[in-house]
Write a protein that binds this ligand. Structure first.
Ligand SMILES: Nc1nc2c(c(=O)[nH]1)N[C@H]1C(S)=C(S)[C@@H](COP(=O)(O)O)O[C@H]1N2
Ligand SMILES: [Mo]
Length: 319
């Protein structure tokens, strides 16, 4: 398998692979000239050297013709309330999060209960790049090149029982490392959930990196979920627990404001949030701040892939 996580500072000259040298040179060139060039791995370089450790990966399906959101925006405009509710809080505070050692506790309706170490998670299936739109319920969106593999690979690995109908994801909760936890914005820890068929859908990504590096802490290091046809809050970050359940799990935003955030929370321009329209969105870094420019697409543009999951369901009731 083609997985290698290297910290640039860790490797001596002789260990540096030609590809890495080439890539670094590309960065230097892009940085020096300010040019936007095509990256090695299908993502345009943005004229800024990536800072985190590199994460090897293959090209993957679900690429898009749309312009990828600059690394700078993806890593500085975040929602991660465990580090504060301002958009720049996660980038300012998430360095406090220790991402090693790390393991994810698998439990509930599953044959192989127990901890899965992050190093084993990184090796469970080939890492690939997926460029997905991310639509936040607040009305903005980004296009992000993630690195990961389908969550179904992990689900198959841990073998759910016949009783497993849902899956719940739980974020780390450590007030020493997460200053936002002192504010009762939500009942901590952050929990999210999916129906089992949604969790097994090939678009649902167990995510370990973005651009060509390991996940920055503010984006949910060391492991998160990305569900691109749902509002961003369904994509829980920095996971420490995955629970397989028979009943629909309690989820953070649904518990906090059930009339505003449903369990499903599929991106749907026809179902407005009680306090604002969901018909349009603003692409971070491209569209004006006060005027939303883009029409939001049904299931965030992934209707061909996922509408079958909701056949016959009243999406106004199950919002
Ligand atoms: N644990 C946790 N996960 C979270 C959040 C959060 O506050 N805490 N915010 C969610 C929301 S609202 C969005 S839009 C996405 C943002 O992901 P990004 O910052 O990587 O773009 O993360 C989601 N996952
Ligand atoms: Mo969001």
């Amino acid at each position: 398998m083609l997985i290698r996580v290297t910290r640039p500072s860790d490797c001596t000259e002789s260990e540096v692979t030609p590809e890495r040298v080439f890539r670094n040179r590309r960065r230097l060139i892009a940085g020096a000239t300010g040019l936007v060039g095509a990256g090695m791995l299908g993502v345009p370089m943005t004229g800024r050297a990536a800072r985190g450790p590199a994460l090897k990966h293959n090209p993957g399906p679900f690429a898009t013709e749309e312009k990828v959101t600059p690394y700078e925006d993806v890593t500085t405009y975040n929602n991660f309330y465990e580090f504060g509710t301002a958009k720049d809080d996660p980038a300012r505070h998430a360095h406090m999060l220790e991402t090693r050692p790390w393991s994810v506790q698998v439990e509930g309706e599953v044959e192989r209960e127990g901890p899965v170490d992050i190093e084993d998670l990184l090796k469970l299936a080939p890492l690939e790049q997926r460029i997905y739109r991310m639509r936040c319920v607040e009305g903005w969106s980004m296009v992000i090149p993630w690195i990961g593999y389908p969550l179904s690979a992990l689900i198959d690995h841990v073998r759910p029982t016949g009783q497993a109908k849902y899956i719940a994801f739980e974020t780390k909760e450590d007030p020493e490392q997460m200053p936002g936890l002192r504010y009762p914005v939500l009942k901590w820890p952050y929990v999210e959930g999916l129906r089992m068929d949604e969790a097994r859908h090939p678009l649902t990504l167990l995510t370990l990196g973005l651009y060509d590096e390991v996940l920055p802490n503010q984006n949910g290091a060391p492991v998160r979920i990305v569900v691109p046809w749902k509002y961003g809050f369904k994509s829980a970050k920095s996971l420490v627990r995955i629970r397989f359940t028979q009943r629909q799990p309690v989820t953070s935003w649904n518990r906090a404001a059930p009339h505003e955030y449903g369990f499903y929370s599929n991106v749907n321009p026809q179902v407005d949030h009680p306090r604002w329209s969901q018909a349009t969105e603003r692409r971070i870094g491209e569209d004006g701040f006060f005027r939303r420019k883009r029409e939001t697409l049904m299931f965030n543009g992934y209707a061909d892939e996922v509408s079958g999951l909701y056949a016959g369901m009243d999406l106004t009731k199950y919002f």
